[in-house]
Design a protein. Structure first.
Length: 406
């Protein structure tokens, strides 16, 4: 089988690259190793598909190679506005902006995005070969030959590697694209899971497993404040999870030392909370510290934080609390610190940080600097974004640029 353009990977970046190339007159084949395309898109945004973010800009993206500015051009060539226009006017979706600039299909179903892209590709006559696991790629006499594990061969003059990272292996992104790139002389940066649960020091969360509450969390990287998010936090046996942690986990891959500062009482300023603690001392004075946080915060968490503030015994009478102890408890409630020591791994992550270094590609075209006719799109490159639609925007922008230039 032959085509002008062979796209390896039937994910978000692969589909939009195929559609773009086809509309520019190229014969296109998509090779997907799973039984259907866009399986990963189907689970994004908790099954709702956070398609993009209206606030997306270069400041929302990072590279392990520290040269993220190289790809600013990619977002300029296919902007958030272009993305929304594409999905509304070419795919037929209605886009709906929600909190923090996140954009979803109005249907609230990721399947709407998947079906829309698939129907568009089929209508254009794009060939999609599924269950095609690429074993190797060869280039000879300006032509590429792509071989499957079961000895099928596809030939073409251009190849786009859009195989994703190594998260969601069961959905198709198993890291195999890195080996294909390395076979052409490309290197790979350190790979780190992100948009993922975080592991902390054991003593900082011991006994809190299963406690869930709304918090405000600030991330510090190498001692400097990076960002603050509010949302649900869940304590686990290994550390912390919940949507607030997924939002903030992008910090971990790019800093050597990451700390989280948790505000358990975000509705109150420090002085307001201190007055509340003083009042509770008067109301509950004849009880012990075991009952001090009853009706205010999760009881087990309250007892844990009492000890973290320096109160060693829960048998201590509340009416004996000193002003110093009240202030210490107030500080712990507003600024409890935990050290991030690792992530919960690629199997739990949504995105891979790291990949093919940006210095090895032409940022104007996304073509390899090592092999003419070889292009890259999406997560396989050393680019990742914050949680909230930013990583799919990178897929759309990079896929479109690669599709234009083949």
């Amino acid at each position: 089988m032959k085509a002008d353009v062979i796209i390896i990977g039937g994910g978000a970046s692969g589909l939009i690259a195929a559609i773009t190339a086809k509309k520019n007159g190229k014969d296109v084949i998509i090779l997907e190793r799973k039984e259907r395309v866009l399986k990963k898109v189907l689970v994004t945004g908790n099954g709702r598909c956070n398609m993009t973010n209206v606030r997306a800009g270069i400041s929302n993206y990072f590279a392990m190679g520290k040269n993220i500015d190289l790809i600013e051009n990619v977002f300029e060539k296919f902007t958030v506005t272009d993305t929304i226009d594409f999905f509304e006017n070419e795919i037929g979706l209605i886009c709906n902006e929600e909190t923090r600039g996140r954009v979803y299909p109005l249907s609230g179903q990721a399947a709407s995005v998947v079906d829309g892209l698939r129907f568009c590709a089929e209508k254009l006559g794009i060939t999609m070969l599924t269950d095609f696991y690429v074993r190797k790629i060869e280039k000879k006499d300006f032509k590429f030959k792509v071989y499957s594990e079961d000895k099928k061969v596809v030939e073409g003059s251009r190849v786009i590697l859009a195989t994703g990272g190594q998260t969601y292996t069961e959905l198709g992104s198993n890291g195999s694209g890195y080996e294909l790139a390395k076979s052409f002389g490309h290197s790979i940066t350190k790979l780190v899971p992100t948009i993922v649960q975080l592991k902390t020091k054991d003593y900082q969360v011991k006994g809190l497993r299963g406690i869930k509450l709304d918090t405000k969390v600030t991330a510090y990287g190498d001692g400097s404040k990076i960002c603050t998010y509010d949302g649900e936090l869940l304590f686990t046996e290994y550390g912390v999870s919940g949507n607030v942690i997924f939002n903030i986990s992008f910090v971990y891959p790019i800093h050597k030392k990451v700390e989280l500062e948790i505000d358990f009482m975000p509705k109150f300023e420090y002085n307001e909370l201190l007055e509340i603690l003083r009042k509770r001392k008067n109301i509950l004075g004849d009880l012990t510290m075991e009952q001090y946080f009853n009706g205010m915060i999760n009881k087990k968490l309250g007892q844990f934080l009492s000890k973290a503030s320096g109160i060693e015994k829960l048998s201590k009478m509340i009416n004996t609390l000193t002003e110093k102890e009240l202030r210490s408890m107030c500080t712990v409630l507003k600024k409890y610190r935990v050290d991030v020591i690792d992530t919960n791994g690629f199997k739990a992550a949504q995105v891979t940080a790291g990949g093919i270094p940006l210095k090895e590609i032409n940022p104007e075209t996304l073509e390899s600097k090592k092999v003419k006719g070889l292009y890259f799109a999406g997560e396989i490159l050393d680019v990742y974004g914050e949680c909230g639609g930013f990583n799919l925007q990178w897929a759309w922008s990079s896929g479109h640029l690669a599709g234009m230039n083949v």
